[in-house]
Write a protein that binds this ligand. Structure first.
Ligand code: ATP
Length: 696
């Protein structure tokens, strides 16, 4: 993406976010207001930014009161926003100055000194993102802060910039320890080594411009280089809690004179069981009143609020760009779900990548380390990243992925949080994660900084409950799609192959012409058909298989069964099939799943068995079997986990009925109603509660 395009996307992001309510609230009276006074009286430019007036909202009052006093937004309406100097090559200085004057979030409007502005400009940043603009003054002027914005919206610079400026030119300047062997002024804790490394790189890049030294303290690395760096003295320490604690215990680091403590991806760090380590580390400051604590994440579940109040001062501020909005995940991501049986994943994923990656990078998430390694082995050009891989190899893998040496990364949740990798176009989740936060963060590895992306989640139709729960709790509205059909993918592959053929020099014709003539003359196929075969071969196809809708299995087809009355359980569906099919055909059925309306069952059969099923039903009274063209809304399979797999299901059925099922008035319409229902099975969906973490 060139700078101009990036600028336009960033502008769009800023405008979109400006329309999201930012809010201000006093912790004592819980009243939303716009009365926050700009503390930067001495700074004329800061004064120009105007607070957004926000509507009163009781729900928000509750949320924010627990997290602290919300900070005022420095944003103007989307219409007022303009990007500025990023496309200087094509715009005159005058244009730049004019645009900058109109941009309320222009870097020049904040207390950001020239060396830092120059670094930002190098990165193409001339205007702060909303979360950065909202919180700059708050952090610079000394408040504790809880910050939340959706994934990819610049939370890192929201703390990096004001911290650096505060240390060099702001309130922390006078009391900051300097000189050889100095103890750090800033500690930033993150849940994973990769993330710590990434944030360290930002502090290093921007901090060097101001003469500040940073170091990264992560597990899996040698102690000695970390120790010698600490001995020489650093200003900023970025690390994972375990290794930082080790250094404290070895007396390598003294945190008594800290000015800033930052918990990035705070909820994950605490969820991972680092609470004690974090408390131990944060407790090392000599005087908690002299240190600022900042807590950031795209997700702040309720339980984090309790912990926040333990670490942050009572008068902490909150900047929440998500608030009580229903949609918690990135709005720049297309969220898709596709049913797929576990055994078909490795065959389906390459087609999904062809369809949705736009030639960019793909991250695939698995639930376990073993399946990450296994899948990476099955996918050409893919590498695995998970906690059992040695740290040195993890670093090599990640930098290879960042640099484009390979385009597919198969990872556990170790890559779910915070990683900011250019041009990740597609996220594939091999199954829906157990917790909502994991879904939000995984899918947020794409669609960053105003770019768009696609997140595809595969699910076993028998476990669709997780999909419903993610929808309800994260506000994501999934597109329910079937697996891309090989025939569709082949069509677009054929078009590219044809394009590449036209680019071949005519000089190749003479030596190949006689073979071509021989083919045309000796074949019963036309010249066009033969050319089509040649294009297929060129694209790597020697045959085209179809794929079922339900389990995405090749050479299978998805059927829908009705029995003239509600189908309560898979075992009942099987018993209906047994009425007119031999046992081995019934046994070969795959993925038996009930539809959400409780009237039908869908299942996959081998294409070669299709006739047996279609003709067999003709001999069974009240039974209808048809080939499905699109998948109806399916029932959560918890109640049908048995069936043939053990039965059950009355409870679930009753729930559905209470939820507006269609069981009061009989079927009406007979067969006519059948197809209508089929077209109307896409609403609703139920979920269950589940908890627990996933394997890293
Ligand atoms: N003001 C800005 N203008 C343009 N790009 C920016 C700006 N601020 C940050 N970025 C870029 O946006 C991307 C996302 O930023 P960052 O990683 O901080 O997001 P995040 O909100 O922390 O996301 P996550 O919740 O996933 O950790 C980065 O590539 C960063 O360089």
């Amino acid at each position: 993406m060139d700078k101009k395009e990036k600028k336009m996307k960033n502008k769009a992001l800023v405008e979109a976010l400006a329309s999201e309510d930012a809010f201000e609230q006093n912790t004592d009276d819980l009243v939303l207001s716009d009365k926050k006074k700009k503390k930067s009286k001495s700074d004329k430019e800061s004064k120009k930014r105007k607070a957004v007036e926000v509507a009163d909202d009781e729900d928000r009052s509750e949320t924010s009161s627990e997290l602290g006093e919300p900070v005022n937004s420095g944003l103007k309406s989307g219409k007022e926003k303009k990007s500025s100097k990023k496309v200087k090559v094509v715009e005159s200085e005058e244009d730049d100055v004019e645009k900058e004057a109109e941009d309320p979030n222009a870097v020049t409007r904040f207390r950001i000194s020239e060396p830092l502005r120059a670094r930002l400009k190098e990165k193409g940043i001339s205007s702060l993102f909303p979360i950065q603009a909202m919180t700059f003054d708050t952090v610079y002027d000394g408040s504790d802060l809880v910050g939340r914005a959706r994934t990819g919206q610049g939370k890192t610079l929201a703390f990096v910039l004001p911290i650096l400026e505060s240390l060099i030119n702001g309130p922390s300047k006078s009391s900051r320890v300097t000189g050889y062997g100095r103890s750090p002024s800033v500690i930033v804790l993150l849940p994973t080594r990769e993330l710590a490394d990434q944030v360290f790189e930002d502090f290093k890049f921007y901090g060097h411009a101001l003469g500040l030294e940073s170091c990264c303290l992560c597990g899996g690395m040698l102690y000695a280089p970390q120790e010698s760096k600490l001995k020489r003295g650093v200003d900023i320490v970025v690390g994972t809690p375990g290794r930082v604690k080790d250094h404290i215990n070895r007396n390598n680091i003294d945190l008594r004179s800290l000015k800033f403590r930052v918990l990035d991806e705070a909820d994950e760090m605490l969820r991972m069981g680092f609470v004690e380590d974090v408390e131990f580390i944060l407790g090392k400051v000599a005087d908690v009143n002299k240190v600022q604590t900042l807590l950031f994440s795209a997700t702040l579940p309720d339980w984090v609020k309790d912990i926040a109040s333990r670490f942050l001062k009572a008068n902490k501020k909150t900047a929440d760009l998500v608030g009580n909005e229903k949609m918690k995940a990135s709005k720049d991501v297309r969220h898709i779900v596709i049913p797929c049986s576990d055994s078909e994943r490795s065959r389906l994923i390459p087609d999904i990548i062809r369809c949705y990656s736009s030639g960019g990078r793909t991250i695939i998430f698995t639930e376990t380390k073993e399946s990450a390694s296994e899948l990476a082995g099955l996918l050409p050009g893919a590498r695995a990243l998970h906690g059992d891989i040695q740290q040195s190899q993890r670093s090599v893998t990640l930098s290879g992925f960042r640099s484009g040496k390979f385009l597919i990364l198969v990872a556990t949740n170790v890559a779910a949080r915070g990683l900011d990798i250019n041009d990740v176009q597609l996220i594939i989740q091999c199954e829906a994660p157990k917790d909502i936060e994991a879904y939000i963060h995984r899918s947020g590895r794409t669609g960053r900084a105003g770019n768009s992306g696609v997140a595809v989640t595969l699910y076993d139709p028998r476990k669709s409950g997780r999909i419903g729960r993610i929808e309800r709790e994260s506000g994501v509205k999934f597109e329910h799609l079937s697996a891309p059909q090989p025939i569709d993918i082949a069509r677009s592959a054929g078009a590219s192959a044809a394009e590449s053929v036209t680019q071949v020099s005519d000089s190749v014709i003479p030596p190949f012409k006689s073979a071509a003539e021989e083919m045309v003359n000796s074949s019963s196929l036309s010249a066009v058909e033969l050319l089509a075969k040649a294009l297929a071969k060129l694209s790597g196809y020697t045959e085209i298989k179809s794929r079922s809708l339900l389990t995405s299995m090749e050479n299978h087809v998805t059927l829908i069964l009705e029995a003239g009355k509600p189908i309560f359980s898979p075992s009942f569906a099987y018993s209906v099939l047994r009425r007119f099919l031999p046992e081995e055909k019934v046994e070969s059925v795959k993925g038996m799943t009930l539809t959400a309306d409780g009237y039908s069952a869908v299942f996959d059969v081998q294409t070669e068995d299709l006739n047996a099923f279609l003709t067999g039903q003709e001999n069974a009274a009240n039974v209808s079997i048809e080939v499905l063209k699109s998948l109806p809304k399916l029932q959560d399979r918890e109640q049908s986990r048995g069936g043939r797999f053990g039965g059950g299901g009355r409870g679930g059925f009753g729930d559905r009925r209470n939820g507006g099922g269609r069981f009061s008035g009989g079927r009406g319409g007979g067969r006519g109603g059948f197809s209508d229902r089929r077209n109307n099975r896409f609403s609703g969906g139920r979920g269950r509660n589940f908890g627990g973490g996933s394997s890293w």
